[in-house]
Design a protein around this ligand. Structure first.
Ligand SMILES: Nc1nc2c(ncn2[C@@H]2O[C@H](COP(=O)(O)OP(=O)(O)OP(=O)(O)O)[C@@H](O)[C@H]2O)c(=O)[nH]1
Ligand SMILES: [Zn+2]
Length: 200
């Protein structure tokens, strides 16, 4: 089996200097993305954010979700420590893609919650597959993590994939009246940890 090609360059950001790594899966052609700061191969647990792509939140500052502030906060936390990784996982809309996420948003405007909307469209509640992203993390020589998340499924997956999760760090940002139902559904129907879904 052919190995992934991995390229990198430096990426100065508002939060500090990261190294941008991009790998391409030879079978699927999918690109995987990691922003790395500091020495992440020295065996110490690495502060890590496995961030699911959200064009509307990450780029357009949408208040329908909490993704944009979560990404910014995670970059800030990593910059403060001078060490860590953002894995930017390109499975928009919990894996259903942007077009279908917009269909789901439209259904939500007529009363469905995020889970019901996915089901009405014929999708799993959460269609994400983290394997490619986790592979890039392994390729970067990382084995042990302090994971920034409110989602227990990400922890379960990474443990199954062979990582040691030394700690979980909740995120407390991105709350707005526009995403109150979205956060409530994550807590009540998707099992997300409550601590990060409320303001600090
Ligand atoms: N299908 C669908 N996807 C959504 C919706 N709102 C946000 N998303 C996507 O959900 C993903 C983020 O997932 P979340 O459940 O908010 O959070 P998480 O990444 O699982 O957990 P954290 O690590 O705590 O942030 C992004 O890919 C968003 O595009 C929605 O209403 N429907
Ligand atoms: Zn979002």
């Amino acid at each position: 089996m052919k190995n992934n090609e991995i390229v990198n360059c430096s990426l100065p950001t508002e939060y500090g200097l990261f190294q941008l790594y991009v790998s391409e899966d030879p079978q699927s052609g999918n690109e995987n993305i990691a922003l790395v700061m500091g020495d992440v191969q020295n065996g110490e647990p690495v502060l890590t954010r496995l961030h699911s792509e959200c064009l509307t939140g990450d780029v357009f500052h949408s208040l329908r979700c909490d993704c944009g502030p979560q990404l910014n906060e995670a970059m800030k936390m990593i910059a403060q420590e001078g060490r860590g990784v953002i894995l930017y996982h390109r499975e928009e809309g919990r894996g259903i893609g942007l077009l279908n996420k917009v269909k789901a948003y439209k259904l939500q405007e007529n009363g469905a919650d995020t889970v019901e909307a996915n089901i009405m469209l014929g999708f799993d509640v959460d269609a994400r597959d983290y394997r490619d992203a986790a592979k890039l993390l392994k390729d970067l020589g990382i084995t042990s993590l302090r994971l920034i998340t409110n989602n227990p499924k990400k922890i379960e997956f990474l443990i199954e994939f062979g990582f040691i999760i030394e700690d979980r760090i909740p995120l407390h940002v991105g709350q707005s009246p526009f995403n109150a139902n979205y956060r409530l559904t994550k807590e009540q129907k998707m099992g997300h940890f409550k601590d990060g879904l409320e303001s600090n």
